[in-house]
Each structure stands twice: as C-alpha cells, then as structure tokens.
Design a protein around this ligand. Structure first.
Ligand code: AMP
Length: 434
C-alpha cells in the first residue's frame, strides 16, 4: 500500500514525500478512503498511530476539491476539537504541514493565550479550525466564530475530552453545527460514554480500529525501583548522572510536585522544566521546544499536560510518582519506544504506592521487574500513608482520576487492547469495540 493508491491529490502526495513518509500507517490506510468517500467514522486509535494525518489528509483533499457549501468564504468548513492546547497546536501544525501546497486557510483556537490574534485570524477567514472546546465557546459567545458553515467535524481524543469534563461544551458546540455534516470520532478507548456520544452524532459510521504502533510490552523495558518517598529525588539524580541520560520525561501526579522537582533538579545542575496546566501556553510551548531540542535534560510533566506530546525516539520515561489511574501508566510509557526505537520506563515506587502498582500490573496482565539500588533500600519501618493529590486538595480514592481532571468528570478505566500492535482491522458499525 502506498499513499498514491489512496487517491490523494498531487499537492498532498508532495507534502507527504517532504515528510519522508513512504507508506501509510494502518489507521491512515483504513481511514483515508472512508473519509474521502464522505462516510462518518468511529476510529479507535491512540497518539503515535499516525491518526492526525489519517483525518487531516482526507479533509484537506475534500475541502480543496469541492466547492464550499456556504456562500460565505469566511466561515470555517472543518472543525477539529481537541482536549488540550498542546494537541490543538500539534494538529494545526499537521494541517499546515500537509496542506502547504494548497491554499486552504487554518487557525488554532485555544485558551491560555490572548484572544486578539485569534479574533484576527477568524475575521480574516478560516477553512479549517482546530480548537479546544472552552475557548471556542468563548469565541462563539463573542460572535467571532460562526459554525454554521461546518461540513466536517472531528472529535480528536474523544475519551480524553470526556475525562476532562468537556461533554457539555461539546454538546453545546454540536448543537450549533449544521445538521448535515460528516463526523469523525477518534478515541483511544470506547467507553459507554463515548458510545453514547457517538450514537447521537454519527450516521451509520464506519468503524476502524488499530492497535498502538508500538506495544509498551514489546518495545519498552519496564522496571520498578523500590525506594522511600523522601529519597526519590536523590535516586532520580543518581540515575540521570550514572547513566548520562540526556532526554528524560518525568511524570508526577500534581502540578506542585512537578514544579518542586524541576526546581530541585535545576539546583542539582540537571537542567529541567515543568509542564503542567497552570503554566501559560507560551511557557508550555517553550518547555516542550527546549526539551525537544535537548536544551533541557528533564521535562517534568503531569499526565494531562503530557497528553499528545509527540517526541521521536524519546529514550527514557520515569514515573516519579505512579498515576492514580492504571491506564495513565500505559499512556505515560507509550511516550517512549516509538517508531521502532527501544525505550525504557522506570517507576520509582514508595510504600504508599504499592496498591497503585498492583492495579497497574493487573491492567498489564503481568508483573513488572523490581529492583533495589544499593544505598536506596526502602526502610521497612515506614508505613504506607494515604496518597495526597496536591497541596490543599483532598485525598481522592485511587481510581478517581488525576489531579488535573475537573471535579466530577467521569473516568472509566478501560483495559488496553490485547491485540497485536501495528495490526489493523476495519469493520462495520457495531462490530468489535471495547
Ligand atoms: P499521530 O499519531 O498523529 O500523533 O502521529 C505520530 C507520529 O507519526 C507523528 O510524528 C507523525 O509525523 C508520524 N507519522 C504520521 N504518518 C506517518 C507515516 N505514514 N509514516 C511515518 N511516520 C508517520
């Protein structure tokens, strides 16, 4: 299978060639023909599968080859909703990258930055709008965004949007769209909530399911280092120093812990930046860029902020604190071991986290190798204490979700797919979905 067989126009093939891609990924091979045929789509695919190009390429083709249905050339024709600012930026970058030889206009609209430039872009006219739900509703409230010309809607990372409590915002936005439109729903997992959303939105959808491009179990070496809570920082510094690691993504449960750890690492002469939802958009982008360009050695991130981060060949992921939800562990370690390169995921686990570790092993369906480093042996007299999920925040039960989630947002843990990674299966409405 090549991109040429998918029926994409020359300008898109040219842009794809510039990227150096020679074969479509399974999700692209499955999804692109259906989207081009105008079908609604329900796609089970995670970050790392090439899903963004899977919807961006056919949307660019459809919009560039058919006349706008709307009389106004200022109204957006395609809307991509994403749960996070980072993902909005990345999707928008893809739209620009793949659409560089076409004359379609695009904009990304997300919170945490001034509205001014966004007003300007919208006023200028946009064909493809990538947006986070909250900021888009702000624009609708101010009448700067008009969704009455939308021909194609994409909900990207649908499960995350529901986890983050965006369901009401999404429903409000959908109510403003024309009845007749093509809808594409991408989600890593298909919970009852997602199915409920899909049922009301999609019309005889084609289902496409692909497993992750790389299975954590296949390409990521996982290990647990048992260590007391108060000694985690020293152990992390020792590991980085001893191995000479130059690019390490470290996860904490809370924003406060991310800030505190980044500060301490910097004091220990290990360059580090924190990435979390309290940072301004500019600071988040800068931290990510510095990390990608190896200007900082360590990026300390919370789960939601790290969602959608795409760094080729990220060698090391450290769980400084285990996530409250086992599925977040799978997402975290999925940041490494990509694109065929081997990755390493290390979890620093203290006595408080033993239950979380058992939950993770249950989801993985196998134990993780345990290690103890000399000089960092846990003190057996230390008793487990309830996990604090942030300064001043009440302790939440282990499965209630990570600290950054909106209170009350539903969270239904899903078992990761057991199917082989890189496999793809397309099937019709109502067929196998987890
Ligand atoms: P995504 O799952 O959309 O976040 O994409 C993951 C990564 O795969 C991105 O870095 C893309 O640039 C890359 N990618 C997308 N399509 C292809 C392809 N056909 N061949 C190689 N890499 C790709």
């Amino acid at each position: 299978m090549s991109f040429t067989n998918l029926g994409l126009r020359a300008e898109l093939l040219h842009a794809i060639a510039d990227q150096g891609y020679d074969t479509p990924t399974p999700i692209q091979a499955q999804a692109i023909p259906y989207v081009l045929a105008g079908r609604d789509l329900m796609a089970a695919a995670q970050t790392g599968t090439g899903k963004t190009a899977g919807f961006t390429l056919p949307i660019l083709q459809l919009l560039s080859t058919r006349e706008s249905l709307s009389l106004s050339r200022f109204k957006p024709r395609a809307l991509v909703l994403t749960p996070t600012r980072e993902l909005a930026v990345q999707v928008h970058e893809s739209v620009r990258t793949y659409g560089k030889y076409l004359s379609l206009r695009s904009a990304a609209i997300y919170g945490g930055v001034a509205m001014g430039p966004q007003f300007k872009a919208l006023k200028h006219g946009v064909d493809i709008l990538v947006a986070t739900p909250g900021r888009l509703l702000d624009h609708i409230g101010q009448r700067s965004a008009d969704l009455s010309g939308i021909e194609i809607l994409v909900l990207d990372e649908g499960d995350r949007m529901l986890d983050m409590g965006f369901i009401r915002d999404i429903r409000k936005i959908i109510a403003l769209l024309p009845k007749k439109k093509q809808c594409l729903l991408f989600s890593a997992t298909f919970s009852d909530d997602i199915r409920g959303l899909a049922a009301g939105l999609l019309d005889h959808p084609q289902s496409v399911e692909v497993a992750r491009r790389n299975a954590p179990t296949e390409l990521v070496t996982q290990s647990v280092y048992h260590v007391d809570k108060g000694r985690k920082r020293d152990l992390l510094i020792k590991l980085i120093d001893d191995h000479g690691w130059h690019q390490v993504l470290v996860f904490t449960r809370t924003k406060h812990a991310a800030d505190a750890l980044a500060e301490r690492l910097n004091k220990a002469d290990i360059t580090a930046a924190a990435l979390h939802g309290n940072k301004t958009q500019g600071a988040r982008q800068r931290a990510l860029e510095d990390f990608k360009r190896n200007k900082v050695t360590v990026l300390v991130a919370t789960d939601i902020a790290a969602r959608g981060i795409d760094i080729d060949q990220l060698p090391h992921v450290i769980n400084y604190e285990l996530p409250n939800v086992p599925e977040d562990y799978v997402h975290r370690i999925g940041r490494t071991g990509r694109a065929g390169s081997e990755g390493e995921a290390i979890s620093l686990v203290c006595v408080d986290e033993h239950k979380l570790l058992r939950d993770i092993e249950r989801v993985l369906n196998r134990p993780i190798e345990k290690r103890v480093i000399e000089g960092f042996e846990p003190d057996p007299s230390i008793r487990a204490e309830p996990i604090q999920n942030g300064r001043g925040a009440q302790t939440r039960p282990a499965r209630s979700g990570s600290y950054e989630r909106k209170p009350g947002a539903p969270r239904t843990p899903q078992r990761p797919s057991r199917s082989g990674f890189g496999n793809a299966a397309a099937h019709h409405n109502g067929a196998r979905h987890r």
